[in-house]
Design a protein around this ligand. Sequence first.
Ligand SMILES: Nc1cc(-c2ccc3ccn(Cc4ccc(CN5CCCC5)cc4)c3c2)n[nH]1
Length: 242
Amino acid sequence: MRVDIVTIFPAYLDPLTLSLPGKARESGLLDLRVHDLREWTHDRHRTVDDTPYGGGAGMVMKPEPWGEALDALATPNTTVVVPTPAGRPFSQALARELATRPHLLVACGRYEGIDQRVLDHAAARPDVAEVVEVSLGDYVLNGGEVAALAIVEAVARLQPGFMGNAASLAEESHEDGLLEYPVYTKPASWRGHDVPDVLLSGDHAAIASWRHEQSQRRTAERRPDLLAAASLPGGVEVRPSV
Ligand SMILES: Nc1cc(-c2ccc3ccn(Cc4ccc(CN5CCCC5)cc4)c3c2)n[nH]1
């Protein structure tokens, strides 16, 4: 998979070259490139913003640099991903969908956002398969870079062969629609806190059952909204924790 990220703060995306995505880059699973939007400006001040039509506070990102960035970076099958507070909520399901795409072009806005015509133009381009506006959550950040870090990491780790232990992916939170169970490691007793006996029992069926019950209990307590959607096998009744 190829991912191009366009931003006026390229250094903000440096963390993507460390840890998980870094490994993927070396292994060729992920071809990640970060670009400074100002590459596509031509004035002395490398201007990327201007005052909003209709008035209002702040500035808006000019369409011209974005148009030239698209001309330079779009490939025959590009998905343009645009972080925005007004977008579709990002989720593991959306991450799985984006992970199937051959090329993501992540457009990181700043100021009050990107001129709408950039998104309209992108959607009409024959080389753009889809423009996906994505929200990281119901809060306002200063730009799209933080969302880009999260989106790219969530998508990159779903690439086949990316995670050392593919099995851990299948067990992950939100894969079965429930929150994940608590995890423990050595020592068995720590500052008066003991690891639950079942986890030391070696009884794998009992362990699996305990973990599923813990996931259901946590989901009922913290995310009842997920319970409705979760595919509970056999209609197992969930009792909120007492
Ligand atoms: N999930 C999530 C995503 C973001 C996000 C993503 C991209 C950008 C680009 C610029 N901003 C700052 C920013 C400031 C003020 C407004 C609200 N204005 C009111 C009238 C016009 C706009 C919007 C946007 C972003 C924020 N934030 N949170």
